[in-house]
Every structure is written in C-alpha cells, then in structure tokens.
Design a protein around this ligand. Structure first.
Ligand code: T4K
Length: 393
C-alpha cells in the first residue's frame, strides 16, 4: 500500500489484438493498395456489425462526432433540441455545428440519463428533436422517451457513444430511436482506433448518410448534396474487425472488474457506485463511476482524484464540468438550475476499467481509496505514499 504503482494506471487502455493478426491484415491491405473510400475491409466490417447489431440500417464514419453531426444534418434537424448537460462536450458541439440550439434539461439520479418528465416540460413549438445520451452505457428510459417523441412528433436521437454491446430485453441498443450514434474511439471498450457508426430505423437514411460522409458524390460527375468527408478507412476497419471478434471476452473481463470494485468499495463510507443496470439490461461495463460524498468519506471528490495520482492512478472526472458550464455554452437555454446534474458532476469520479487491468490491482486501488478515507477521517492532511515511506524509515 505504501508504494505507488510502478506504471501509471489510466482510466482506460485500448484492447489491442495480437500484433501478428494486425500485421497479416495490413499485408492484405498493402497488396491491394486500397486504403479508403469504402474498400473491402470497411465493407466486411460493416457486414459483421450489421449481424452483431441485428440491423442492416447502419453507416460507418471516421469518428463518432462527425457521425452525430451527419445524423442531425441528414434528419434535417432545426430550431431547438432538448439534450443533457451531463455528457462529453461533443454531443452538444454536434448541435452547434448544425446551427441548432441546445435546450438543457436535468438528469435522473440513478443512471445519470435524461429525465423524461423534464423533457416533456421543456418542449415548445421550436423543439424539433430529443438528443439523449446512454451515458456510461446505461440505457436511457427508452419507452418513456419514445412515447414523448411520438406524442409531440419529435425526432429521437441517441448518443450511444458509450453503449456498444448493450442489449435491452434481448434487443441490441442500436435498434432504439430514430438514429443512434456509436463511438469506436480508442478509449471505448469496442474500438477501431478512431471510428463511429450510425444505426437507424428508416432504411432510406442510409443513402443520405452515405452521401453526406462522401462529399455528396453520386458518381464521378454528379454531386447530389453538400457533403463532407467523414469516411472510415481500411486500417480503422481492420482494427475494428479484430476487436469485434474478442468483444464477449472483453466485456466479461470488465464485468469481473466491476464486481470486484463493488465488493471492495462496499465497505468504504461515502463511496457510492452508480446504480446496478436496470432490469432487462445486458450491460457492457463501459465505465465504473462512483459518487464521493465528502461528508461521509472525509475528503472531497477532487481531493480523492488528486490523492490517487500520488499512487500513479489516473481516474477521471467524466463528466465535470457540466457542458453548460463551459464558456461557449454559458447562457444557453436550460430548464431550471439542473440540480441533479450539478450535484452528480461535483461528486463523480470514474475509476480505471479496462480488460488488461488485473483484479489484484483493482483491489489495490480500492485499498488506496480506503486509506485516503481513513487518513482523512484521522484529520491527516497529507498521507500519500511518500509520507508513508518516510514515516516507515
Ligand atoms: N459523445 C459522447 C458521450 C462521448 O463520450 C464521446 C467521446 C463522443 C460523443 C465523441 O465520440 P468520438 O468523436 O471521440 O468518437 C476521451 C475520448 O477522446 C472521447 O472519445 C470520449 N468520448 C471521452 C469520454 O474520452 P479524453 O480527452 O478524456 O481522452 P484522453 O486522451 O485523455 O484519454 C483518456 C485516457 O485513455 C488516457 O489517459 C490514456 C488512455 N488512452 C487514450 C488514448 C487516446 C490510451 O491508453 N490510448 C489511447 O490511444 O476524451
């Protein structure tokens, strides 16, 4: 306990396939000389994802942010969109890039997703869509949001950047709402180094999304809409195909890590993991967030975050500050003071979780958290590994 980890423990590390497997895929790409523009590896990846997500309605992108921007553009979203302040900033930037105004409403305290009751209250004649986030991979209240969207004739988009691999009542999470966006960034449990995907209910959207990510080209001489460049390339797809094959193992390893955290943290006052997944949800264990209650724990979230660094553990405060507190979004419309989101953002700490993290190391991280709690209660100002070593000398 009195020695920091030899190597930094980050919030995440990408799962990487055996280098030989990647090299052999690279050799084929080299032989073909096709690197991008809907090459065969992207097409094969697409087919495998269609099978995994149980839908043919999908389109691949160079990253999740551009995918979401194109989803909004392709659906013709204008005016106001109701969304959450408790997300990665790219969710809201995508609205901005479409000249759409975000209207922020509060979240629910259990899984930190949009509160459907507040969504309904915030609807005005200018509202054109709801953009909800399956934050940390926990599904939003799908039925409630669906009902509201239908009742008010609104489009329902999900930022499912964290939710790849999640299933709800036996269905892939990719099958809900009008459009869902998935991020395949290296920090995600499923990744293609960088990458993104849209899944959607209306099959005619596929052509539109495919035009929009490829400059709007119909053929060599015809451009049918002002598209951009957001295509996935062959190297990304190769990585994605190799990771997809191992996804069940990756999720299982993360499940064991989450269980170890829950067991070890249960005995530490003031550390509250997010609620267990709702009934019927097959969760992907994308993140392991805890709330720190300073009164019970004896130290604030930020103190714990800093103290963990002394032991070479790099937790993250996803998602603090709230998007509404970034300079570029201050003063934008919000529904009330967002008390739940504000409280959660001030207490949240996401702990390291990735498939190569040893369970012994998870136990050790929890031991450090317990140590910080015990010494905070004892009123000790500084009890990091250095102080402990010099006290022992
Ligand atoms: N919507 C939501 C709800 C999102 O969370 C995100 C992205 C998006 C939309 C947009 O999707 P993309 O356009 O990114 O596909 C990271 C990721 O960059 C970002 O993808 C992610 N959400 C966000 C939650 O986290 P940072 O700035 O915190 O990442 P960074 O570089 O500090 O990495 C965190 C740790 O991961 C590092 O300390 C070490 C480790 N790491 C990172 C990378 C990139 C590695 O071990 N290897 C790596 O290659 O944003």
């Amino acid at each position: 306990m009195n020695k920091p980890f030899d190597k930094p423990i980050y919030i995440t590390r990408p799962w990487l396939p055996p280098l030989e497997e990647f090299k052999s895929g690279l050799a084929e790409i080299w032989d073909r000389g096709v690197l991008t523009n809907n090459g065969p590896v992207v097409q094969a990846f697409r087919a495998e994802l269609a099978q995994y997500c149980e839908t043919q309605n999908l389109s691949l992108f160079s990253n999740g942010t551009l995918a979401l921007q194109i989803a909004l553009q392709g659906l013709g979203i204008t005016g106001d969109v109701i969304t959450t302040p408790y997300t990665f900033v790219a969710t809201v930037h995508s609205l901005f890039w479409n000249k759409v105004r975000p209207v922020f409403v509060d979240i629910e305290p259990e899984h930190y997703t949009l509160d459907p009751d507040q969504v309904e209250e915030a609807i005005t004649p200018w509202t054109s869509a709801i953009l909800a986030v399956h934050v940390y991979g926990h599904p939003c209240r799908l039925d409630a949001l669906e009902r509201i969207a239908r009742r008010h004739n609104l489009k329902l988009l999900y930022d499912a950047a964290h939710a790849f691999g999640v299933r709800v009542d036996g269905r892939s999470i990719a099958q809900f709402g009008d459009v869902s966006m998935f991020s395949f960034h290296a920090t995600k449990l499923f990744h293609s180094a960088e990458g993104g995907m849209l899944t959607f209910g209306d099959p005619t959207l596929r052509r539109r999304f495919d035009y929009l990510k490829n400059f709007g080209f119909e053929n060599e001489t015809e451009v049918v809409m002002p598209g951009t460049n957001a295509k996935m390339n062959e190297l990304q797809a190769l990585m994605g195909r190799l990771v997809l094959r191992r996804l069940p193992e990756i999720i299982q390893k993360r499940r064991e890590i989450a269980e170890t955290y829950r067991r070890e943290l249960a005995r530490i006052p003031g550390i509250k993991p997010a609620a267990l997944p709702a009934a019927g949800v097959d969760y992907n264990h994308a993140y392991f967030p805890v709330e720190v209650d300073p009164a019970q724990f004896g130290a604030t979230r930020d103190q714990l975050y800093d103290r963990l660094k002394d032991w070479n553990v790099f937790a993250r405060r996803y998602f603090y500050p709230l998007v509404t507190d970034f300079a570029c979004y201050r003063g934008i419309v919000r529904q009330g003071e967002l008390p739940v989101a504000r409280a959660v953002a001030s207490r949240i700490l996401t702990l390291p979780i990735f498939s190569d993290l040893a369970l012994d190391d998870v136990v050790r991280i929890c031991g450090i958290i317990r140590h910080v709690h015990e010494h905070a209660r004892a009123g000790a100002a500084a009890h990091g590994p250095r102080e402990m070593e010099s006290a022992a000398a």
